[in-house]
Design a binder for this molecule. Structure first.
Ligand code: UD1
Ligand code: MG
Length: 484
């Protein structure tokens, strides 16, 4: 079968009533992506002539997810069942001879499994080939009724099972390969004979069988691949499996993950060899981590790029930033978007950065806010340094040169520049530029008053004495009674 004969149809128009959600089922997320995105991506390397997604509920949002992936969409409105959805897709399938049909809510399926399904269909010259799975608990799924070792007579939905069929634990994944010229006439004969008055695609199987067509089922090697997401519990399980897959693939690539089941990693994240990821870390979005990095417990990194040998100490929150080789941050550092920390820079505890560049080897170790700041190399930013970058209307930049020493508790009122090699005295409120190699000092001058404290203590003690006597007299007053 050439790819030019093959179309993909993803049925994604349903609401997903069992999720009890205002969001359409296929837009729910598991493993860092919407369900429907996983499915469209899994089909990409089958290189079909067309990928058609049937949309209905919240069509606009579903279209926004799948069209950028190259899929075309058709609208099913209202939704009269999976068979009806397939009929709606018909006009978009062009000259395709075969279609792989998938539900929008079974996102774990792998490309290789789909390739094997297509091969079975082709080799068996079948009208339909069902991807089935054997489950310990088949409840909720349609069951595959076999008439021989290889051939299938029907799929029976759970609500329509007769007693002896309840024993069947081979389920329909709702992933199929169809020969389209056989499917269309069979589907035309399907009646909405169920309590929802829907046209079930599954009923086309019995029709094909009654016409003497070949229907095959291929049992998925790993039954977990076909899990559908009908409930929140299913979603959690599917998410767990995706996360496990991702962690395993990083571990295969030489990454150490401690207590792996506590670590959450999005699909596009990469990490280099000998990187160590501690428990309860989250690596999200397009985060890229180099080799020999350590991401310590409780840290959350989103869309962040790390060079090699970077250490993120516990409980750091980092978004959309770049940390070059050998950078160390945290514990408890917060990097809001758009920072660039150059090689060997160090950011310590309770330091917040936003849109700032920290030069090579520069340190800001304690309790600071650096926003819209450009800091050169080998500078030292003292504890409690604050860039006052916002006047309530606009943001202003702070520029600090190379080998600058900013004393503790400095407020830099932006826009302001501190030249190379300059010092800023601790406790200063800097409102004017500080020249290179100069000292900026902006605080009240200290006055020492010799003997002041001793004198003060004497005065206070003197004021205290009468009070003490009066407190001693108190019991005497109470003894007045005895005198009487
Ligand atoms: C379906 C199968 C069942 C199978 C199970 C596997 C049918 C009748 N049943 O049941 O045999 O074991 O999947 O997970 O097919 N959809 C539309 N338009 C509609 C109705 C549904 O596009 O009118 C889409 C849904 O958005 C969903 C998919 O089809 O993505 C499957 O529908 P769903 O309601 O989840 O079917 P199940 O009850 O899970
Ligand atoms: Mg389903």
């Amino acid at each position: 079968m050439s790819n030019n004969d093959l179309a993909i149809v993803v049925l994604a128009a349903g609401k997903g009533t069992r999720l009890k959600s205002s969001l359409a089922k296929v837009l729910h997320r598991a493993g860092g992506r919407t369900l429907v995105e996983h499915i469209v991506r899994a089909c990409e390397s089958l290189k079909p002539r067309e990928t058609v997604v049937v949309v209905g509920h919240q069509a606009e949002q579903v279209v926004a997810v799948v069209e950028p992936l190259g899929a075309v969409t058709v609208t099913q409105q209202p939704q009269h069942g999976t068979g009806h959805a397939m009929q709606v897709a018909k006009r978009a399938l062009g000259r395709a001879k075969f279609a792989v049909v998938l539900p929008g809510d079974a996102p774990l399926v792998r490309t290789d499994t789909l390739k094997a399904l297509i091969a079975t269909h082709h080799n068996g010259n079948a009208a339909a080939t069902i991807l089935s799975a054997v489950l310990a608990d088949p409840s909720g799924y349609g069951r595959v009724v076999r008439k021989s070792e290889t051939a299938i007579s029907a799929i029976v939905e759970e609500s329509q099972l007769i007693d002896e069929q309840r024993e069947i634990n081979e389920i329909n994944s709702a992933i199929y390969c169809f020969t389209l010229e056989k499917l269309w006439p069979a589907l035309a004969q399907v009646k909405p004979n169920n309590k929802h008055r829907e046209l079930y695609l599954t009923d086309a199987i019995a029709v094909l069988n009654s016409k003497g067509e070949t229907v095959l089922a291929q049992v998925a090697e790993d039954a977990r691949e076909v899990l559908g997401c009908n409930t929140r519990g299913d979603l959690a399980e599917v998410d767990r499996l995706f996360r496990e897959r991702k962690r395993n693939s990083l571990m295969d690539d030489g990454v150490t993950i401690q207590l792996p089941e506590t670590v959450l990693i999005d699909p596009e994240v990469t990490a280099g060899e000998d990187t160590v990821i501690e428990a309860a870390v989250q690596l999200l979005g397009k985060t890229k981590i180099g080799a020999r990095c350590t991401i310590r417990t409780g840290s959350v990194l989103t869309d962040t790029v790390l060079g090699d040998d970077v250490t993120v100490e516990p409980h750091c929150v980092v978004a959309q930033s770049r940390l070059d080789d050998g950078v160390i941050i945290g514990p408890f550092a917060r990097l809001r978007p758009d920072n660039h920390l150059k090689a060997g820079a160090r950011i310590g505890n309770f330091v917040e950065l936003k849109k700032s560049t920290i030069g090579e080897g520069t340190k800001a170790m304690h309790l600071s806010y650096l926003g819209d700041a450009k800091i050169g190399t080998k500078s030292n930013i003292g504890a409690g340094t604050i860039t006052c970058n916002y006047d309530g209307f606009h943001k202003y930049p702070t520029s600090i040169g190379n080998k600058v020493f900013i004393g503790s508790d400095t407020a830099l009122v932006a826009p302001v520049r501190v030249g190379d090699g300059a010092y800023v005295a601790a406790g200063s409120t800097i409102t004017e530029n500080v020249p290179s190699d100069g000292l900026g000092i902006a605080r009240g001058r200290q006055v020492n008053k010799p003997g002041w404290a001793a004198k003060k203590r004497r005065e206070l003690a003197a004021a205290e004495k009468p009070k003490k006597r009066s407190s001693k007299r108190k019991p005497r007053r109470t003894s007045k009674k005895r005198k009487r």
